[in-house]
Design a protein around this ligand. Sequence first.
Ligand code: ATP
Ligand code: MG
Length: 876
Amino acid sequence: MTSAEIRAAFLDYFKSRDHTLVQSSPLIPWNDPTLIFVNAGMVQFKKTFLGEEKRNYSRAVSCQKCMRAGGKQSDLENVGHTSRHHTFFEMLGNFSFGDYFKKDAILFGWDLLTGCFKLPKDKLYVSVYEQDDEAAELWSNLVGLSDEKIVRLGAKDNFWQMGDTGPCGPCSEIIIDQGSHLGCGKPDCAVGCDCDRFLELWNLVFMQYNRNENGDLTPLPKPSIDTGMGLERISAVLQGKITNFDTDLFEPIIKDISSLANIQYGSSHDQDTSMRVIADHMRATVFMLSEGLVPSNEGRGYVLRRIIRRAARHAKLLNMHDASLYRLTDSVNRAMGSIYPEIVGERSRTEKLLKIEEENFYRTIDAGMNRLDEIIAKVKRDGSHVIPGEEIFRLYDTFGFPLDFAKDIAMDAGLKIDEDAFQKEMDLQRKRSKVLDVHSAKHLHKADSITLSVKTDFIGYDTFKSGATVMELLMEGNSVETLNKGDEGEIVLDSTPFYGESGGQAGDTGIITSEHSLIRVADTKKPNPDLFIHRVKVEKGSLRKGDKVFCSVDEISRKATMRNHTATHLLHKALRMTLGDHVKQSGSVVDPERLRFDFTHFQAVQDDEIKGIEDIINEKILEDLPVRTDIMNIEEATRSGAVALFDEKYGETVRVVSVGDFSKELCGGTHCKATGEIGICMVLSEGSVASGIRRIEALTGRNALEYLRSKKQELNEIKGLLKTESPAEKIEKLIQDTKSLEKEIQKLKTGSSGDMISDALKHAQDLDGVKIVNIRQDGLNPNELRLLADNVRDRLKSGIIVLSSVIDSQAAIVCMITQDLANKYSAGEIVKNISKLAGGKGGGKPDMAQGGTKEIEKLDAALESLHEIVKKATLN
Ligand code: ATP
Ligand code: MG
């Protein structure tokens, strides 16, 4: 059976048994900041299991994209070393929400594996929780398994719970014995061993208890079922392959890696491991990138970066030395694209981002590698076998050089790394960054815990003004009874029209009044969806807990913010239309002043593209499209094609903001009622913020008008100064004029206009038949003096020229000698001696020399001795 057939057979089996087929949720959890990636089929049903969310079915089946890397349940280090672990994998699962329980779950599982998939019954084992007699009995009586096939294991392996409290229960795993040749050979190798012999295929979880704060278990009135089976594992078994990597899910990818590296798969253990790691990591990378994730230095983005770096490291081990993994995007697309069209749509973006990240890796590794070589050489010189962990941490900290990569290289050199010391440094750094973290968020954290019981209703979508009751007052994070005139603090209300900063939209400002007070709201924060905190200063009177107040949002600012927010949605869509679907929002700020939008794109946005984008946005503004908001559940929203931001936390119901038929986004922000309110939108700037991320800033409404007006004013001033209606032409002309004037000035100064030179020539003196020209022309710098001397020499034909000039309270002296006299007199000697007489310095070549002095008052006297000096400067 092909994996596609296996996947379909599983889904069909349960569909025909009244299970509703539910699509896989994205890898990035919608509404669960506690979870780094979706790591099991049950994640999207969590709230249903907890009874917090009703669905119109009680049986479900799914094939869920899962990721086990980073976070608690990481299998990253296992990949390549076991035959059964992946970072990205697909989990097949059937679910019962208070419908069937243990008996049916066991019967379904057994029937599918042995009836449909025809697995050999004698090779199958099951594990049960040591105290779960019920499950053990079902396996033995109903299925007919003999006792030695039913293995009882402890809570660590076979008791499952979602959290410290809440639904939990025993589980039972179906395991296949793959034969002793795959075992670790240890005498105690049996079901539950970590090696590849006893392969866990399917885990059936029986959710039957609720655990309270004291740890007590009470039976759930309606127990539930959650199961999970890895598609890669069942495919390997059914296709008779020893490892998941030899199934049709991986084969095409491994083949491409082998041809890229020009190495036969199956020829060496280490190289096979590298190829498997690369294959696994490329699948993970393609899926993560397709969901809009970008490699970064924290959170999910960092897991992605680590995975890419690990893959690149193994590529290097296969002697690939340039970015080339990005080419495997295509292989993953061919292997998985028909089932997961989302990766096909994101292909070109994925390739580009992956290539950039690979190139980054090679840059870092090369720098870090040299440093590591030095460290290794030193350790060896010192006769040690251990590389200090601090050194490796520094390498990690400066170059992002991965520890496991350092370990590999150290191992090659026969050395070890002091990992404890590394870890210590790491912890220290973590502590340092935590201190910073806690410090800035301290007040809000405190406020958060104090006001845990308070819930603020946000009513600001529909109104700017409303009455409310004071629930909590805070100063520096501590609860207080009153706020008095002059106090700065925080107010929590039972309901508020003030928007709390979130989703890139700034918090509202405005006024709160009560019978006895006037309070200015400087900002509004929203540390959690139910808590709005107004940062305030009391201007008049005082305020007590329980007071009735009246809130007025600063409408002018808020409306400006709304214009910017709605325009941001138009901009997002216009960017995708103009530049392509690889454009994804990676951040935004909207406040009363402007809008700022960061997005993925790989080169500068050209001027004509910006113009096109502005045109689209303003066309939509002129069309005065209605802006609608709808509350719907997340599935409906995704089905309707609403654009979601990967990094946002969304509740199970989401707000979808539609601008006519033009744009549809998940958004909690406040918007104009129709696009006409935006007035106008102008792009102010475009630039780069990080590799692959661009930023656009734009203005709308009054801000755009103000901007245009100030530009017009500026232009008018320029026109006034230039006294013209076409300033560009005039400036062009002025620039030309200035250039020719500059030339003219130079000419005049250096006398090429002729008069001064003729004059000088006329006054040339004669010394034994040699003409001597001596001119002092103040105001010329040494350069100009030389130019003048050149001109004089050209006219003089034969003679000695001495020019001097006083400028900036210094004297400059130049001497030139025409070619015919160059072997008779030395210009260098002449200048040297004049300068010396005048208290300065000088010298040069026989035909041209320069000098100068600061004692300008001595210049003329020195020049009077010119004849004497020239005589002395006669050569030979
Ligand atoms: P193992 O002990 O082999 O790591 P597990 O106990 O972590 O498995 P569960 O959390 O029970 O596995 O997940 C349910 C099923 O998902 C497993 O039975 C297995 O088929 C599959 N599975 C779990 N982890 C992985 C993984 N890293 N790669 C591929 N499949 C996996
Ligand atoms: Mg595991």
